[in-house]
Each structure stands twice: as C-alpha cells, then as structure tokens.
Design a protein. Structure first.
Ligand code: FE2
Length: 323
C-alpha cells in the first residue's frame, strides 16, 4: 500500500512540474511575441507624422537621449546644415534618432527673403538629405541670413512692406517647388524695426504665408519676445495669423535684459507668459500641431529637459481640454 501511495505522490509531483514547465514555456513565448511586437513598433513610429511634444536634438545630450529607454519626446528636430556631408559620430547619432522618432528638419541659412540667387548646389544637397530623412515638411526662417553675399550665421529681420512680401513669397515658392515638399516659415525674434517698415509684423507674416501658399511654423516665444521689445499685444498678433496654416509650433525660454528688452536665447525654461500665450493659441486651433521645445544654450542635464517636456505635455493637454 505504501509503495502505491509513493508512486501516486511521485506521479502528482511530476504532473505538477510538467504543468509548471508548460506555463513557463507559454509565458516565455508570450513575452517573446510581445517584445517582438514592441520592437516592430519602434521603426514604425519613426515613419509616423510628428505629433505631441519634441525636442531639438543637441549634441550635448543627443547620445543620452537616443539611448534612453523612456523619454517624453515624441519627435526630434534637427538643422540639416549641421549634418549635410557629415559622417562619423554625428551621422551615427542621426541614424539612431531616425530609427526611433519622426525627425523634422528646420533650416538655418535658407536666406528665404534674400536678394542673391538661390544656392542651387545647397538646395540639391538639401533635397536629397530631406528625402533620406523621410520628412513630411521642411521649415526655415522668414528673414535674411546673407548680406552682400556673405553668410552672417544670424537671422536678420526684414523690412516689413509689400515689396518684401512679394520678394519673400516668390523665393519661398521657388524653394518649395524645387524641394517638392510642403514648407513652413518661422516668425523670427527681432530687436529693431528695419528701415522702410510699413506693416505690422503679424500682417507681414500672414501676407507672406498666403502669397507663397506655404505653411507657418509659429514660434510662440518669438511672438512674446517681440511683443515686449516692440510694445504690441501678443494675443492680437496671434489673432491676425492664419492659424489653419500652422504645421508646427516652437517654444523656448528667453533672457530678460530689462523691462522692455527680452533676448531670445533658448537658454532658460519657458516663462509663464509664454505658456499663457501657447494656451491662448492652442484654444483657437482645431487641432494641436507638434510642439517643439528649443534649448540651444545653457543646456541642463537631460533629466531637466525631460521634466520641462513633461510640464509642456501636461500644459498642452490641459489647454486643449479647456478649449
Ligand atoms: Fe524657433
């Protein structure tokens, strides 16, 4: 009898072990399937249209950002000029970023309102770069970047008049048509009203967008900075813009030099009045466009940038929910 009882106990124990092994096998298989599905989603995400909040990819934190598991950034922005014809470390970082996120390309030296002939060699290189980056649009600034044929490495505000509207719009149409991509132009920060100006800045920007039949990259911080520097109402400025043409928003911090002078440094956290203006703008829009945090100087550790992205994401959600 005892021998039979022992055999039964052994059989039960073996059955229990077999069940446990089968459950472990199922669990391992399920985990593998889930990991495979998640891995498959990462390159798919990179092909998506940019949305949510993003960050300008800066070398100071790029390596940490591309290798971090959890980030609040849902897209990244780069300046093609920093990557054109560049291999090695930078090219590898860009390839990793492209695998992980949608990348938007934002030009720095397109000289969209300039007088010199368009630089065909630069545009041809740029076109190939944008194709390789698989972007949905291209943006650059509504300003001069060259003076008397010399690249200034600066964004120089335009005289605001009808002639400048026509010249900028013609040039933007040409660039847009050559690149075969939708283009968005960005309103720039300024510190003096250029001689010959006859229009309000918001009317000038709106007129160029309409005449060029292009889109707008609305920099909320630039609107606020200019509203203090030139003494206009930032919300009225926003009211005058064709908001249905906004493809993307920029937001950043600035430096307060004095009561009536702000410097667009991208070197500080977003100021409260800029958040307020963002909220005001989003409530007027039918859908929230992708919003990019620009941080180009006085760059903090990545954890602080992540915290600011999180604050921005929550602010956007709350503003839109209240709209
Ligand atoms: Fe900007």
């Amino acid at each position: 009898m005892k021998a039979n009882a022992d055999l039964n106990a052994v059989a039960k124990r073996d059955a229990k072990r077999a069940n446990a092994a089968a459950r472990r096998k199922d669990l391992v298989a399920a985990t593998k399937t889930r990991v495979k599905a998640l891995a498959a989603k990462i390159p798919a995400m990179a092909k998506n249209r940019p949305s949510g909040v993003g960050i300008g990819l800066r070398l100071q934190f790029a390596e940490e950002l591309v290798s971090t598991k959890a980030t609040n950034a849902s897209f990244v922005e780069i300046a093609p000029e920093n990557y054109l014809g560049v291999g090695g470390y930078r090219a590898r970082l860009l390839a990793m970023a492209k695998e992980r996120w949608p990348v938007v390309c934002h030009g720095l030296c397109g000289d969209l309102a300039g007088a010199a002939p368009l630089d065909q060699e630069y545009l041809t290189e740029l076109k190939q770069f944008l194709r390789d980056a698989d972007v949905h649009w291209y943006s650059d600034h509504l300003c001069y970047t060259h003076l008397a044929g010399v690249e200034t490495h600066d964004l120089i505000a335009l005289p605001l008049h009808e002639g400048a509207v026509r010249r900028a719009a013609k040039r933007i149409r040409e660039v847009q048509s050559f690149l075969e991509l939708p283009m968005a132009i960005e309103n720039v920060s300024a510190y003096m009203r250029m001689p010959g100006s006859e229009m309000r800045e918001e009317d000038f920007v709106a007129a160029v967008v309409r005449e060029a039949d292009c889109h707008l990259l609305l920099d909320i911080n630039n609107v606020y900075v200019n509203s203090i520097n030139f003494g206009f109402d930032a919300k009225s400025y926003v009211d005058a813009l064709p908001l249905e043409r906004v493809l993307q928003i920029h937001i950043a911090g600035h430096h307060r030099e004095s009561e009536d002078l702000l410097i667009d440094t991208h070197g500080a956290s977003i100021a409260d009045p800029v958040y307020d203006l963002l909220c005001y703008t989003l409530r007027k829009m039918a859908a929230v466009p992708p919003i990019l945090l620009e941080r180009d100087s006085n760059i903090p550790p990545l954890i602080e940038i992540e915290q600011e992205l999180e604050t921005l994401r929550i602010c956007v959600e709350q503003c839109h929910a209240r709209a």
